[in-house]
Design a protein around this ligand. Structure first.
Ligand code: HEM
Length: 160
């Protein structure tokens, strides 16, 4: 297979990862967290959140890996690293930034301390902790949607 064919496949893998990514973040932000906020029993709420989030964590790690590998592979084939020096490609900066945040959360912070920290905070003030987690998800969702919009337009010839 030629390099450009691998490139096309990498793009397909990238978009597939993004579809699952945005779908997952969107569901957690607009359905799961608002529904959990309504669970009156605080212990039950934490327990439910950990169970459901735990189920998604493995998937999220795979998606993050696939998005990162396919994304960097495309940059390598295009030899487009210089785009990081050009503000016109703000969507590439944004994509990479979002990916970095997710990678740090899933592969470094979560296993190291986030889990414990979250339990401690939730035990102190469950409502405030949930509100904070929800706010962070809303911001990440909006940034992910903006990156997707910019990337599709930018990758297909729109000059920002
Ligand atoms: C390390 C992280 C990432 C890198 C290095 C990366 C790199 C790339 C590259 C090189 C392209 C192709 C640009 C072109 O054809 O000119 C691309 C396309 C795209 N990326 Fe990323 N990306 C990353 C993460 C993400 C994330 C997290 C999202 C979504 C939130 C995303 C969404 C997209 C979309 C929607 C496209 C356009 C696909 C198309 O319409 O052909 N990327 N990315």
């Amino acid at each position: 297979m030629e390099n450009f064919e691998y490139f096309i496949l990498a793009r397909a893998v990238h978009v597939l990862s993004v579809v699952m990514w945005i779908g997952g973040v969107s569901f957690v932000t607009t359905v799961l967290l608002p529904a959990l906020k309504k669970v009156p029993d605080e212990h039950k709420r934490i327990e439910l959140f950990e169970q459901l989030e735990g189920k998604f964590a493995f998937q999220a790690r795979l998606i993050t890996l696939a998005a990162g590998i396919s994304g960097f592979y495309m940059l390598y084939v295009l030899n487009a690293w210089h785009r990081y020096l050009d503000v016109q490609f703000w969507w590439l900066h944004l994509m990479t930034f979002i990916w970095l945040i997710f990678s740090l959360m899933l592969f470094v912070f979560e296993p190291l301390f986030l889990h414990r920290w979250y339990r401690e905070q939730a035990a102190k003030d469950s409502a405030a902790t949930f509100a904070w987690i929800h706010r962070m998800h809303i911001i990440l969702l909006l940034l992910s949607l903006l990156a997707t919009f910019g990337a599709v337009a930018g990758a297909h010839g729109y000059h920002f």
